[in-house]
Write a protein that binds this ligand. Structure first.
Ligand code: FAD
Length: 552
């Protein structure tokens, strides 16, 4: 918590606002990996207003920090998604005469604050504006920028312009909601109630966007010479060490498009079209001619309470990658829901699909709040300290079991289907994320951090807060893969799609082939017998967790 508090304290002593800019100065918006949009972007909107007020050119910077991407296991798919959106944004910003420049910091990521402050001094920058990222390394980096500026002011040497970091990534920012005892909430339900009450008590300001539009620069001619050659006006198509194979790149472009109207399309399909069996188990990309007359009753979101629990239905929004990289703001998502439902409050309960969906979006805020309040979770520590180093993870042939899990060859059809979907699409249904996570830590008794890391390397929507939170949540649960499978994919449609070896298996046997077929019969289908016995593994896991809890 101290890091986020330090950031907030330092932000209080930011440069005095009454200072006059020099005539040849510039205003800098530092675009991050999580706010890749022009609309409802707090720092960008503010930077744009400052530039206009002082008649200064606005420039946008984006820094690729390869060292961070490596140490944070960022997925090459997510990087590709980010680069494609950046190329689109560069073109959009060009139309407003706001140049977007990129800079690649290859190895020494800790050098970024120094390099940046030196450049800001060179450019005579009046101000630097960015949105807060709540992860530990990112907070440390931004704190150093604030400290360098503060020191420069005190010592009269170095860049001493305005620096401001804004709360933007969440609907209700970390630190805003505290228990009656003034402590951070550690449990979701009371936190969520406080979250909903907070929004509803500020409803009118929430409903009308507070962030103004980006204003065109009068002229950017002056900014190019000062930025080049160190910064590039080109957005690279890939980054060294994170390239995608040609086919994978094509698949990702098709599944996760970027650019104009994409997020509106995704939200529109969720809010105004009918739920149906998932088509090819791909995110619904095109308008599917399924518009409903009464979205309040018949849309996917209206049926979300049931739809979210069925992996064979196209029952969720598929907006996660766009929220994780900030192509749409979470506020905008909730406003879109409110526009359909109306009324005096943003729906917040579990009684309707609308309220249920907003509660899911609240989980995203909750996990950011957890990151800021308990930064140890960013450093591979369990949230629940009684499990810190106390669980005896399986070490015998764990690599072969881990490989089988990654490749979707465990002999548990729902687990295998889900893992294959992750590999193919960079996405997995939420129910399946829980099932495969619990399977890794309970049935295979493998360290959950291995799974967390693999998810980050594969997901297009990979986000440290939500991914870590999802793993920490799943690690304390135990699921029976076969009975979960019957619930989430009753007819086995999802399994047959992803595990075609089982196409000919009829009825309930699809969920647990080894109960109906011999090992030889399973092998003959080209499938694999179960790599563990669930009942035995369950007993072992319960024992291991009990012992850990007693020690912790
Ligand atoms: P919808 O059901 O339509 O939900 C709407 C939005 O709410 C999502 O896009 C997401 O932003 C948010 N949301 C929904 N459920 C959760 C949740 N449980 N936690 C946090 N936010 C949520 N989500 C990520 O965005 N990035 C991750 O890296 C990630 N890793 C996960 C790992 C595990 C082990 C688990 C159990 C969950 C993880 N989730 C993650 C949460 C969830 O699975 C995805 O957000 C969801 O599947 C995305 O699909 P959707 O957009 O159709 O979701």
């Amino acid at each position: 918590a101290r890091l986020y508090d330090a950031m907030r304290e330092l932000s209080e002593v930011k440069a005095a606002k009454d200072e006059k800019p020099s005539k040849d100065g510039v205003v800098v918006y530092w675009m991050r990996n999580k706010d890749l949009r022009l609309e409802d972007n707090t720092a960008l909107s503010y930077a744009s207003a400052v530039a206009q007020e002082h008649s200064l050119p606005l420039i946008a910077l984006h820094i690729f920090s390869l060292g961070d991407y490596k140490s944070h296991d960022r997925s090459p798919r997510r990087i590709d998604f980010q680069l494609r959106q950046l190329a689109y944004l560069r073109a959009e910003l060009d139309k407003l005469h706001i140049p977007l420049f990129t800079f690649t910091q290859s190895s020494e990521r800790k050098a970024i604050p120094r390099i940046l402050c030196e450049k800001l001094a060179e450019w005579n920058a009046f101000g630097l504006y960015a949105n807060i990222e709540y992860e530990v390394d990112e907070l440390r980096r931004d704190i150093e920028v604030l400290e360098r500026t503060r020191d420069a002011r005190e010592q009269g040497e170095g860049w001493k312009g305005q620096v401001e970091f804004f709360k933007d990534f969440c609907i209700v920012a970390p630190g805003e909601l505290l228990t009656k005892q003034g402590k951070p909430y550690s449990v979701y339900s009371p936190w969520q109630r406080a979250w909903a009450a907070h929004i509803n008590s500020n409803l009118s300001s929430f409903i009308s966007p507070q962030n103004g539009p980006v204003i065109a620069n009068p002229s950017s001619a002056r900014t190019h010479p000062i930025l080049e050659p160190m910064f590039s006006h080109e957005v690279p198509t890939s980054l060294p060490g994170f390239e995608l194979a040609e086919q994978e790149k094509k698949d990702m472009e098709r599944l996760w498009p970027v650019g104009e109207g994409v997020t509106e399309g995704i939200m529109g399909r969720f809010l105004k079209t009918k739920m149906r069996e998932a088509k090819f188990f791909e995110p619904p990309l095109e308008g599917d001619g399924n518009e409903v007359e009464n979205p309040k009753k018949d849309s996917k979101i209206a049926k979300y309470t049931e739809g979210r629990n069925r992996v064979d239905w196209d029952g969720t929004s598929h907006i996660s990658a766009y929220l994780a990289a900030g192509l749409i703001s979470p506020r905008e998502c909730v406003r879109a829901v409110y526009k359909v439902v109306g009324g005096k409050e943003v729906p917040a309960g579990r009684d309707t699909g609308f309220g249920m969906w907003i509660q899911e979006v609240a989980w995203r805020d909750f996990y950011q709040h957890v990151l800021a309040a308990w930064p140890r979770v960013c450093m591979s520590k369990p949230f629940n300290l009684k499990y810190d180093g106390t669980i005896e993870w399986a070490t015998d042939d764990d690599e072969s079991k881990f490989e089988a899990w990654k490749e979707g060859k465990t002999g548990f059809p729902i687990v295998d289907a889900a893992m294959r979907s992750l590999k193919a699409q960079g996405y997995m249904h939420n129910r399946c994320r829980m099932i495969v996570a619990s399977f890794l830590c309970k049935d295979l008794l493998l360290d959950w951090r291995k799974g967390e890391k693999y998810f980050m390397q594969m997901l297009v929507d990979g986000d440290l807060g939500s991914n870590n939170g999802g793993w920490q949540w799943s690690v304390i649960r135990i699921f029976n893969p076969a009975s979960q499978s019957e619930k989430v994919d009753p007819n086995g449609t999802y399994i047959r799609h992803w595990v075609p070896e089982l196409k000919s298996v009829k009825g309930k046997a699809i969920h647990n082939p080894s109960a109906a077929l011999s090992k030889a019969e399973i092998l003959k289908l080209g499938y694999v017998p179960p790599i563990v016995d669930h009942a035995e593994a369950r007993k072992k896991a319960i024992e291991a967790y009990k012992e850990a809890a007693a020690q912790g």
